[in-house]
Design a protein around this ligand. Structure first.
Ligand code: ACO
Length: 325
């Protein structure tokens, strides 16, 4: 049997840091409220001329370098993003061009904050079936472009960044299992303004603020906590493992309170949970690979560790991946 193994990780954060103190000058909020309710202290914001593919490129190159691969080795490229450079071509095609990759399949996946877990799940299937041998899987976002900077309920949360992994065919796992779900019945709780004659989803209009994130935060919070609890059980049951077998939880970085609730459910001390929400904010599809790369590069996550990735986002979508690193 062919397995998929993560052989390299990489990430990129734009230079500009937006602090809670700066947000205090923009909307009626406080550093204390943001830290207590979300755990966020600062976040990174893309420069005016930086598009999602511009953040994805350095993350991708760093992951390739870590795996000892070059762009020419990549035979599948998937970008998970909610904020594509354009409606088309896909951000994956635009990135492919920047990396100088020609001919292999490249496409985007849109599952909001669960996008990277979806993309990992799809790439895993390509590798298991022999359709790809070296996949580049990226989560990248410029969410700052679809944030309403007058809405204190959302503008303190979202941010920009990119994370990437190289997934290669291997005799040993690798990706042990992935689990992805969606339920569109919840579309209205976390959404952008719907396209209409006056208000479409052209990125040019997204950029000038005619379409932006709207969230019923409190309702999303409760459903996220319950759903993530369930997906964690589903994942462990499928592998015949218990929470004690998990070395690291790498959760979607939406809110420290949601992360703590999932850790409690797993009876996992916070020392074994990778937390980046404090410095990265919520980077949607980029948050899980950014957190993974952070913990790989600072030496916490080591080869052979068992890692549980999980995410929840607009749609609703939710998913998990159990990994032997
Ligand atoms: N500063 C100060 N006060 C604020 C702010 C702010 N930035 N934002 C909201 N408030 C106020 C509200 O107006 C409200 O005031 P009121 O009681 O006078 O009406 C009060 O704080 C409480 O508001 P809640 O929304 O109930 O606050 P809550 O504790 O739920 O925290 C938050 C809000 C942080 C948004 C939380 O609900 C959350 O994290 N939700 C889930 C986010 C998430 O996981 N999203 C999914 C993934 S993201 C994706 O898919 C794109």
């Amino acid at each position: 049997m062919i397995h998929a193994r993560i052989t390299g990780t990489g990430s990129y954060l734009p230079e500009r840091i937006l602090t809670n103190q700066e947000l205090e000058q923009m909307v009626e909020t406080s550093d204390l409220w943001i830290r207590e309710r979300t755990g966020i202290e600062q976040r990174h914001i893309a420069a005016k001329d930086q598009l999602t593919s511009d953040l994805a490129e350095p993350a991708a190159r760093r992951a390739l370098a870590a795996a000892g691969k070059t762009p020419a080795d990549v035979d599948l490229l998937i970008v998970a993003t909610t904020t594509p450079d354009r409606i088309f071509p896909s951000t994956a095609c635009l990135l492919q061009q920047k990396l100088g990759i020609h001919g292999s399949p490249a496409f985007d996946i849109q599952a909001v904050c669960t996008g990277f877990v979806y993309a990992l799940s799809v790439a895993d299937k390509f590798i298991q079936t022999g359709a790809a041998k070296c996949a580049l899987v990226i989560g990248a976002e410029t969410l700052s472009r679809i944030v309403n900077w007058n809405d204190r309920g959302t503008c303190v949360l979202f941010a920009d960044g990119a994370g990437a992994v190289v997934l290669e065919a291997s005799d040993t796992p690798g990706i042990i299992s992935t689990h992805i779900h969606a339920d569109g019945a919840y579309e209205s709780l976390l959404t952008t303004v719907k396209p209409s004659a006056e208000n479409d989803l052209n990125p040019a209009h997204l950029a000038d603020g005619t379409a932006f994130i709207e969230m019923k935060g409190n309702e999303v919070f409760k459903i996220a906590v319950n759903t993530l609890g369930r997906i964690v059980d589903e994942t462990l049951d499928a592998a015949g493992l218990t929470a004690a077998d998990i070395d690291w939880l790498v959760p979607h970085q939406a809110n420290i309170r949601i992360i703590q609730a999932t850790a409690r459910k797993l009876d996992l001390p916070m020392e074994r949970v990778v937390v980046t929400v404090n410095t990265h904010g919520n980077t949607s599809a980029a948050s899980v690979p950014l957190a993974l790369d952070t913990a790989v590069r600072d030496g916490r996550i080591k080869r052979g560790d068992t890692i549980l990735l999980e995410a929840f986002g607009g749609g609703f979508t939710w998913g998990s991946a159990l990994i032997r690193y």
